[in-house]
Ligand binder design. Structure first.
Ligand SMILES: Cc1cc2nc3c(=O)[nH]c(=O)nc-3n(C[C@H](O)[C@H](O)[C@H](O)COP(=O)(O)OP(=O)(O)OC[C@H]3O[C@@H](n4cnc5c(N)ncnc54)[C@H](O)[C@@H]3O)c2cc1C
Length: 545
């Protein structure tokens, strides 16, 4: 069963190795930790629902609890301490379009809010019930998970929107195809969630981001059905798919999604290279992309991430392999690991590997074979389980991400890391921060930052520390010219930065679109565009550039 207060299945663990424990214990001072709240106790504290339990609405406290929060760090802090700010008053599990339409109608007549819910893997507060006097219903689409149409001739497949990553790949792989969308949350996140948050999979350079894969579908709204046919391209005015992408449950329920698919690749391998300096690795990566070399993934870790992830993997073999000969060659200190994915038809992949290797070599990259890349691939969906083990040993982990043009990447990475470190150093707290570059484009790349700290026994202290770091990092990102999110989306945690990102006209336009589709403000209020508070400071963040 899915963990109620952490990541993944109860029966899957990724324990911290002795080596990792030792490494972290050396960095952080031990603090006493209270044990986590027990689900039975939290269930006891769930308030009554205004709705009665029936075939249509599930008001069981456990179901409501399991749909109350997502996967962000503040969500974890609240879940683990048993303090749930607001629960949905009922959960609805539709199995047909008619049931979704009936739910929309019920939410309207009962004057409730309605939150569309895919896998609940949001890390920015997308699915958390808003502060409101009105009842809140959550619409969990996990039973809406069928392959509706497979169109081999046109390389298209249509699915119900609640289908998860593994279910999609099982269906398509059996027919010799793949969608190729592999976010790290693949195990639980859903097709509808990916579209609604503009998700990006790890091999997006080869397969495309979700906006490239999303070809059409059906959105059920208060204005009626919006059906978008899968034209290969169209000049008929505004592309309505763009209204749905990133709509974060504010304009309707995505019931069906048509995606473009690819035949299963003939060849796929992940290779490792070490660079003596991050700057050389970054230059190699930029040249690979700008020379249109057909790689499927690049992931360049900075020196701190290289060291930490090798240690956290707990695999002595991996460390031995990664350390082999490196001292002698001078790659040990500050070495940065590049994992390079090559995917596709054999004829093209061998050329791609040769061309990419040549560029890496010119920039001083040391080829380290396939072992590290193969290990990365094997554990890529298991790595999130480490977060559970870290928490249990007293450590909190959070991530944030952005994207920017190549000319700004270095500054944005440095400034964001400095901002997070400064918040902690001012208070005399230790923090471990590191980053990697991935999701590359000819014009720029995304930067992904991870930070780990020893949590306090006091959940309020942890929340405050998270808030300070999040705000400092978000401001640094905006000031240095990055987007507030490359793929996690806006949710409730980033909505205060939308004025800066989109400008007042842009925000007004998005608000008008949500109002057009949902004039009564029923659908997921607070996500994407925040509520308007009386205190102006709460509406947006004051940023002096
Ligand atoms: C460990 C971990 C790793 C992650 N890695 C990645 C990654 O590599 N790439 C990436 O892009 N993201 C990643 N994420 C973030 C998250 O998985 C994505 O945002 C994902 O797209 C959310 O999908 P979901 O089905 O869980 O949606 P939910 O979290 O359930 O919902 C997200 C939003 O979409 C809306 N929504 C969901 N379904 C529908 C629907 N059918 N109709 C209308 N609106 C809908 C919801 O209302 C909500 O606003 C990660 C998260 C975690 C916890």
């Amino acid at each position: 069963m899915k963990r109620w207060n952490g990541w993944g299945d109860d029966n899957t663990d990724y324990p911290l190795s002795e080596l990792a424990e030792e490494y972290l214990a050396n960095l952080f001072k031990a603090k006493d930790l209270p044990s986590d709240a027990a689900i039975e106790d939290v269930i006891q504290s769930v308030p009554d629902s205004p709705f009665g339990n029936n075939d249509f609405i599930n008001v069981e406290p456990e179901q409501r609890l399991r749909h109350a929060l997502g996967q962000s760090l503040p969500d974890w802090i609240n879940l683990r301490s048993g303090r749930i700010p607001r629960l949905p008053d009922g959960v609805i599990f539709p199995t047909s379009t008619d049931e979704i339409l009936a739910t929309l109608e019920f939410a309207k007549t009962s004057q409730s809010h309605l939150i569309p819910y895919g896998g609940g893997t949001s890390v920015v507060g997308h699915i958390n019930p808003p502060k409101s006097d009105k009842p809140v219903l959550t619409l969990d689409l996990h039973q809406f998970d069928k392959l509706v149409d497979f169109d081999e001739k046109n390389l298209l497949a249509t699915f119900e929107a609640g289908i998860t990553g593994p279910q999609i790949e099982t269906e398509l792989n059996a027919l010799g195809y793949t969608l190729g969308h592999f976010p790290q949350s693949f195990e639980y996140s859903t097709l509808g969630g990916w579209v609604a948050t503009r998700s990006s999979g790890q091999q997006s350079y080869y397969y495309g981001r979700i906006e490239d894969l999303f070809r059409g579908g059906q959105l059920l709204t208060y204005k009626g059905e919006l059906n978008i046919p899968p034209f290969p391209a169209s000049a008929a005015g505004t592309d309505l798919k763009q209204l749905i992408l990133g709509s974060e449950g504010r304009i309707g329920i995505l019931s069906e999604v048509t995606v473009t698919i690819k035949p299963l690749p003939e060849f796929e391998e992940f290779y490792a290279f070490f660079f003596k300096k991050w700057e050389s690795g970054m230059l190699a990566v930029r040249q690979i992309v700008q020379n249109d070399i057909q790689v499927s993934m690049v992931r360049l870790s900075d020196a701190q991430e290289t060291e930490t992830t090798l240690i956290l993997s707990g695999k002595r073999n991996l460390l031995r392999w990664a350390g082999f000969g490196l001292d002698v060659l001078g790659y040990r200190k500050n070495r940065c690991l590049l994992i390079l994915g090559i995917t596709g038809r054999r004829t093209r992949t061998s050329q791609a590997l040769e061309a990419a290797s040549q560029i890496c070599k010119i920039q001083g990259g040391l080829y380290a074979g396939k072992y590290i890349g193969t290990s990365w691939k094997k554990s890529r969906f298991r790595t999130p389980y480490l977060r559970n083990s870290l928490w249990e040993k007293g450590y909190a982990l959070d991530t944030l991400e952005t994207a920017a043009p190549w000319s700004k990447i270095q500054q944005i990475k440095d400034e964001t890391i400095n901002a997070i470190e400064d918040v902690n150093h001012q208070k005399g707290d230790a923090i471990l921060v590191f980053g990697h570059l991935s999701h590359v484009y000819p014009t720029g790349a995304s930067i992904y930052i991870t930070y780990i700290f020893k949590r306090s026994p006091d959940p309020d202290e942890n929340l405050e520390r998270w808030r300070d770091m999040k705000e400092a990092a978000s401001k640094a990102i905006i000031i240095s010219g990055g987007t507030i999110s490359h793929h996690h989306g806006v949710g409730r945690d980033h909505s205060r930065y939308m004025d800066e990102e989109k400008g007042l006209v842009g925000v007004d336009l998005i608000s008008n679109i949500t109002q057009y589709f949902d004039p009564d403000g029923i659908l997921n209020p607070g996500a994407l565009i925040g509520p308007k508070f009386e205190n102006e400071n709460e509406n947006h963040v004051n940023i002096q550039k």
